[in-house]
Design a protein around this ligand. Structure first.
Ligand code: ATP
Length: 254
C-alpha cells in the first residue's frame, strides 16, 4: 500500500452484454502525484473513469476518496466533492463563448441544470466571482483573450486547454484527464505537459489516460496498466515499460 492514497477502488466491475469492460480488484492513487492509466484499446480505461466520476454505474464494488464513499454517486455530487474529469472528445459547446462554457461548467458541476441556470435569477455576487475565477483560469492557459470567442473557433489544442480550464472551475483535488494529448498538434504537447505538471505542483492529484508513451514517461510518477478490464501491472514509469505483463498486454491486443 502507498503511504498516502487519496483514492482507493476495490472490486469495481462493469459489463456490457457479454463483455467485462471493468474488473478492477484493487487500485489506489497517490495524493499529489501524476498517475498514468495506460492499456490497449478497449482495455476499459474510459469506462473505469466513467464509473469513478459518476458518469456510469458500476455493477459492483466500492471506491473512496479520502474517507468518503464515492460509489455510484451522481457526476455533480462527485464534482462537488472534489473530483472532476475531462473527456476524450471535448464537451465544450461550440456555439457558446469560451467564457460562457466556463460559467456553465461551474453550474453543471454544482448540479444545476442548463435550463435552470438560464431562467434562475442570477445572484449577481456569485456570478461576478465566477467570472473573475473563470478569467483567472483562462489566463493561466493563455485563453483569456479568447473569452468572448465561440468555443467552436478554437484550435484542437486550445479546446483541450479549455477542457482542463472548465474542470478547474470547481477547484478539484483530483483531476482526471481522458487522453489530454489526443489530437493535439505536437508543438503544443510540451506546453500541455507543462500545464499538467503545474497542477501537480500546486498540490492537485492528477490521473490521466494516455496512449502517448513519451508523454506518460515524461510526467508520470506512477503508471497503472489495464488490459481486458483488469489492472495487470503498476509501477514507476521507467520500470513499467520493460514489464513483461505490459509488453504482453499491448502485443496481445494486436
Ligand atoms: P480506448 O483506449 O480505445 O479509449 P478504453 O481502454 O478506454 O479504450 P473502454 O472504452 O472503456 O476502453 O471500453 C472497454 C470495453 O467496453 C470495450 O470492449 C468497449 O467496446 C466496451 N464498452 C464501453 N462502453 C460501452 C457501452 N456503452 N456499451 C457497450 N459496450 C461498451
Amino acid at each position: 500500500a502507498k503511504p498516502d492514497a487519496i483514492l482507493t477502488a476495490k472490486d469495481v466491475t462493469r459489463s456490457f452484454g457479454g463483455i467485462q469492460a471493468v474488473d478492477v480488484e484493487y487500485v489506489e492513487f497517490q495524493r499529489g502525484a501524476i498517475t498514468a492509466l495506460i492499456g490497449p484499446n478497449g482495455a476499459g480505461k474510459t469506462t473505469f473513469f466513467n464509473l469513478l466520476t459518476g458518469f456510469d454505474r458500476a455493477d459492483g464494488g466500492t471506491w473512496t476518496f479520502e474517507r468518503t464513499d464515492m460509489a455510484n454517486k451522481s457526476a455533480a455530487w462527485v464534482a462537488r466533492h472534489g473530483m472532476v474529469r475531462t473527456f476524450q472528445l471535448t464537451k465544450a459547446l461550440s456555439r457558446l463563448t469560451v467564457l460562457d462554457n466556463m460559467l456553465l461548467a461551474a453550474k453543471r458541476q454544482r448540479g444545476e441544470s442548463f435550463v435552470g441556470s438560464l431562467v434562475k435569477p442570477a445572484w449577481a455576487g456569485q456570478e461576478k466571482r465566477n467570472t473573475e475565477r473563470a478569467m483567472d483560469i483562462l489566463s493561466r492557459f493563455k485563453l483569456d483573450a479568447k473569452a468572448a470567442d465561440f468555443a467552436g473557433s478554437l484550435s484542437g489544442g486550445q479546446r483541450k486547454l479549455l477542457e482542463m480550464a472548465r474542470a478547474l472551475m470547481t477547484n478539484p483535488k483530483i483531476i482526471m484527464l481522458d487522453e489530454p494529448m489526443a489530437g493535439v498538434n505536437p508543438a503544443l504537447v510540451q506546453s500541455l505537459l507543462g500545464h499538467i505538471q503545474a497542477l501537480r505542483d500546486e498540490g492537485m492529484t492528477v490521473i490521466f489516460v494516455e496512449h502517448d508513451m513519451h508523454a506518460v514517461r515524461h510526467i508520470s510518477e506512477w503508471v497503472v496498466v489495464m488490459a481486458e478490464g483488469r489492472i495487470v501491472a503498476e509501477g514507476p514509469a521507467d520500470s513499467i515499460m520493460e514489464n513483461q505483463a505490459v509488453v504482453d498486454a499491448y502485443l496481445g491486443a494486436r
